[in-house]
Design a protein around this ligand. Structure first.
Ligand SMILES: Nc1ncnc2c1ncn2[C@@H]1O[C@H](COP(=O)(O)OP(=O)(O)OP(=O)(O)O)[C@@H](O)[C@H]1O
Length: 262
C-alpha cells in the first residue's frame, strides 16, 4: 500500500496557487525525501498531506482512505509532524515535552498548554519511555528543555513526534543547523524506525543526505517532476530541471554523490 496517494492536487494560499495539479505517491514503510528549490512548494505539500491546507482541487489518500475522511483525532494518531519553527516551552523537562506528543495530552486547546502531568495513562508513560529510548534521550529525561543544545533538542523533538506512535512521520528540514555528525545521527535514527515499519517523509536541502533515502520526490514550481529511487532521480538532467544548476553525479560505494560544477 502507499502511505500517500496524491492526484491532481492544487492548493492556494490567499489568491496565489502554490501547488498546481500535483501528482505523487509515497511508498509505505520507506524513507522518502522531498527535494526542490526554495519556494518550490515542499512545505506546502507537507501541510496539504497533514490536512492543514485544504486543496482547491484534487485528492489526497492516506493509507488507502481519503485524508478528509479521517476524524481529527485519528489523523493525529496516524500522522506526526516535526519542523524547525516550533517554539518550545523551555521550562518543561524533556520527559514532559515528549509527553506532549501523545495525542490526548498534547493537543493545544484554545492556545492553552495543557498540564503535562494531568491525565497521563500508563500507556502514555510507556510510549514516552519507549520514544526516549528510541532516540537515545532517556538519559536526559529530567533536564529542562531550555538547557539542551540544538542537536539534543532536535532529538527530543523527534522523541515527541514518535511518542504518538504514528504510522507516518513528516519532517520539514530536520537537519537545518545540525552539524554533519548530528545529521548522520538523525538519518540513522529515522532509518531504524523505518525498518520497524514507520513511513518517513522529509524535506531536505542536502542532496547527499537525500541520496540515503529509499525514495526521492523532485519538486519544481508547485509540481512534482519525478519520483523514484536515488538512482532514478539524482541525475544531472533532473537536478538541472529542479534547481537550474549544473551538477555531476558520481557513484561511490553504490550511492549517488552530487557535485556542483564549478
Ligand atoms: N502563508 C503564505 N502566504 C503567502 N505565500 C506563501 C505562504 N506560504 C508559502 N507561500 C509561498 O508559497 C511558495 C511555496 O512555499 P513553500 O514554503 O511551500 O516552499 P518550499 O519549497 O518549502 O521553500 P523553502 O525551501 O524556501 O522552505 C513560495 O513562493 C512562498 O512564498
Amino acid at each position: 500500500m502507499k502511505s500517500f496517494e496524491v492526484q491532481g492536487l492544487s492548493v492556494k494560499i490567499g489568491e496565489k496557487e502554490i501547488l498546481t495539479d500535483l501528482q505523487a505517491s509515497f511508498p509505505e514503510g520507506k524513507l522518502c525525501a522531498i527535494l526542490g528549490a526554495n519556494g518550490a512548494g515542499k512545505s506546502t505539500l507537507l501541510k496539504a498531506l497533514l490536512g492543514w491546507l485544504k486543496p482547491t482541487k484534487g485528492k489526497v489518500q492516506l493509507l488507502g482512505r481519503p485524508l478528509s475522511s479521517y476524524p481529527r483525532r485519528e489523523r493525529a494518531q496516524v500522522l506526526a509532524y516535526l519542523d524547525q519553527t516550533q517554539t518550545l516551552p523551555e521550562d518543561l523537562t524533556v520527559e514532559q515535552l515528549v509527553g506532549l506528543g501523545r495525542p490526548q495530552t498534547g493537543v493545544w486547546l484554545w492556545g492553552i498548554l495543557p498540564n503535562p502531568l494531568s491525565g497521563t495513562t500508563p500507556e502514555d508513560e510507556e510510549a514516552v519511555t519507549w520514544a526516549l529510548h528510541r532516540t537515545d534521550t532517556f538519559r536526559f529525561k529530567g533536564r529542562l528543555v531550555g538547557e539542551l543544545s540544538g542537536g539534543e533538542k532536535q532529538r527530543v523533538l523527534l522523541a515527541r513526534a514518535l511518542a504518538a506512535k504514528p504510522k507516518v512521520l513528516l519532517l520539514d528540514e530536520p537537519t537545518n543547523h545540525m552539524d554533519i555528525a548530528y545529521q548522520a545521527d538523525l538519518i540513522r535514527l529515522l532509518k531504524r524506525e523505518v525498518e520497524k515499519g514507520l513511513t518517513v517523509i522529509l524535506v531536505v536541502h542536502d542532496l547527499n543526505l537525500a541520496a540515503l533515502a529509499d525514495h526521492i520526490t523532485l519538486m519544481h514550481s508547485g509540481q512534482v517532476i519525478q519520483q523514484g529511487t536515488p538512482q532514478d532521480t539524482l541525475t544531472p538532467a533532473l537536478l538541472q530541471e529542479t534547481y537550474g544548476v549544473q551538477v555531476d553525479v558520481v557513484t561511490h560505494q553504490g550511492r549517488q554523490v552530487v557535485i556542483l560544477r564549478g
